[in-house]
Design a protein around this ligand. Structure first.
Ligand code: HEM
Length: 543
């Protein structure tokens, strides 16, 4: 292992000379999080990290602790590493190395890998697997992401919006307002309701309690718990949370909460899977074992659980079902909720852009005989979709794209333009074992791809030919499987809210809009996914 590390380091130095960025500890390790800013440095340095040396592939070499890594802000490089072999997601070793026999660096590398390996807690899944295993998971899950599902996403998002404004007392009278310190309160809720209904086939109403276990731990809390403790859970062995830290009340509370959260979520996964298995058994009994019956395949969760009933190559065992349920639950709503909150903040700060979207929504409504917007109108709401995608660009919720090569290879890296203005690429040799971070924040702030990246400019997306243009969802065969799901949900919710409510900054006493922008738009938090930290807003009913 040390040989590989030394080899990697030598090549790094040969290709890059002095490392471009030298933090004390590797950002993805526990030490990097505790004593540094963890991965948040990619947000802090989004305007400088790559520009100061004019390269789109840089090296990061920790001074004291951690393996050197490459970082890229190029979407072209991202597409190369996000494809398949020789690049793959770093995998957890089958056997954790025993610390006694392990060299310092090797142990650290293992902890690096745990970060990308939530399968350690929840089971193997589509998000973290590679090669033939990944293909199997994708074949099972992908067909559930179809037009019928997207139509359901639209209908359910509309229903939840209608229930929300009644049950949460959004004002029905023009010019009356409702204030939120955190818009995430309702964006998280709508995203949770939509994934439960359309991803899991669990019909619920806006105000239903969603308990994960018997002790009142809610599913809403499940996402908060995972986000706040991801680093600790990724790095610490699970027995640590069972130790009695009698003298430290903070640790007692913290570890108790983590144990409770893990147990509650596991219990919810177990119960949901058992219920779904029973439902599938009933349908199979009634249809003489016809596995193609539409009832069995109506949502992605049904498809995942159905895969436990087959003997074919597409069989999933119980641990894989739990792993995929975890991915569907977490990836399927936290991201969308954060982008929606960011979109409302950006529109509050940019009144003119808000007016453009409202005009589009009104025009589209004028063209229909219906009172409400239907799924048929999704394609017409180009400016509304562009707001969602621009908010996603400025706050890319899925900010980590970590890959490792399992053989010596090369990367084609953009390095400026030639005399005719054409992009020029250099071929960079990459040795086996190299870790590379597709820096999704750097990529969305790359001025070559997005001129004046600091500006909120939805119009840059008006002419996007396909969803592949939206690089914040990654690209190629491993692009986000839920991309259209998130877009349909985001557009539908934005259109419904903006049609009825004007969104404005919620200012503190004496605060100006400019200082609100500074306070709100410049601060993010990374809790598994990236989001705007605060979202204080006022929604005023339109005339
Ligand atoms: C705005 C919302 C979303 C964003 C920004 C986002 C972002 C991403 C990104 C960047 C990846 C690639 C990760 C990697 O390769 O390391 C990804 C993969 C994935 N996403 Fe999303 N996602 C969103 C919504 C969703 C939704 C709604 C679902 C499910 C309903 C979902 C399920 C998945 C799954 C299962 C994968 C793994 C795909 C594979 O490896 O084949 N995502 N997402």
């Amino acid at each position: 292992m040390d040989d590989i590390l030394n080899h990697v380091q030598q090549i790094f130095e040969r290709n890059y000379g002095e490392a471009t960025y030298r933090p004390a500890f590797a950002p993805l390790t526990a030490l990097g999080v505790v004593f540094g800013r963890g991965l948040e440095f990619t947000w802090d340095q989004r305007f400088t990290l790559y520009r100061k040396i004019s390269r789109e592939l840089i090296s990061l070499e920790p001074r004291f602790w951690g393996k050197p890594m490459l970082y890229t802000n190029s979407s072209e490089v991202m597409r190369q590493i996000a494809a398949t072999a020789p690049w793959g997601k770093p995998q957890c070793p089958r056997q954790p190395p025993k610390r006694r026999h392990t060299r310092f660096r090797e142990y650290e590398l293992y902890t690096d890998r745990l970060v990308s390996c939530p399968g350690g807690y929840w089971g193997k899944n589509l998000l973290t697997s590679n090669g033939a295993e990944w293909k199997k998971h994708r074949k099972i899950v992908q067909p559930a992401f179809n037009n019928q599902t997207y139509e359901m996403v639209w209908k359910e998002t509309t229903r939840f919006f209608n229930e929300m404004i009644v049950m949460d007392n959004w004002p029905p009278i023009p010019e009356e307002s409702k204030q939120f310190e955190r818009a995430q309160t309702f964006t998280q809720r709508v995203a949770l309701c939509v994934i439960l209904s359309c991803g899991f086939g669990i019909p619920l109403s806006w105000s239903d309690k969603t308990n994960a276990g018997d002790d009142g731990f809610g599913l809403d809390e499940g996402i908060k718990f995972q986000g706040e403790n991801a680093t600790l859970m990724g790095h610490a062995p699970s027995w640590l949370f069972r130790l009695p830290f009698k003298k430290c009340p903070y640790l007692i509370d913290k570890f108790q909460y983590i144990r409770r959260g893990i147990e509650a979520m596991r219990s919810w996964f177990r119960t949901s899977i058992a219920n779904k298995k029973a439902e599938i058994a009933n349908v199979l009994a009634e249809t003489d074992g016809d596995q193609d019956d539409a009832l069995l395949k109506r949502d992605v969760f049904s498809r995942i659980v159905l895969a436990s009933q087959t003997d074919s190559a597409l069989h999933l065992n119980d641990s894989e079902i739990t792993g995929n349920t975890w991915v569907l639950f977490f990836a399927g709503h936290d991201t969308t909720a954060k982008v929606l909150a960011a979109a409302f903040c950006l529109l509050a700060a940019h009144k003119a852009e808000q007016a453009v979207v409202v005009e589009e929504i009104r025009n589209v409504l004028r063209g229909t005989a219906e009172e409400s917007l239907g799924f048929e109108q999704y394609g017409l709401l180009i400016k509304t979709r562009s707001v969602f995608v621009e908010a996603l660009r400025m706050y890319p919720a899925g900010n980590i794209l970590l890959r490792e090569t399992n053989e010596d290879t090369t990367l084609q890296v953009p390095c400026g333009t030639n005399d005719e203005g054409k992009a020029v690429e250099e071929t960079v040799p990459i040795p086996k074992g190299t870790l590379i971070m597709g820096d999704m924040i750097g990529m969305q702030y790359n001025p070559r791809s997005f001129p004046q990246p600091e500006c909120f400019r939805p119009s840059r997306w008006y002419n996007a030919a396909t969803d592949e243009a939206y690089t914040a969802f990654s690209g190629g065969p491993r692009a986000c499987v839920g991309r259209r799901f998130a877009l349909v949900e985001g557009v539908c919710f934005l259109a419904n809210v903006l049609r009825h409510y004007e969104v404005k900054p919620l200012l503190r006493n004496g605060e100006t809009t400019e200082s609100w922008k500074e306070r709100v738009l410049q601060r993010t938090e990374m809790k598994m996914t990236l989001g705007i930290a605060e979202s204080p807003l006022v929604f005023t009913r339109r005339l």
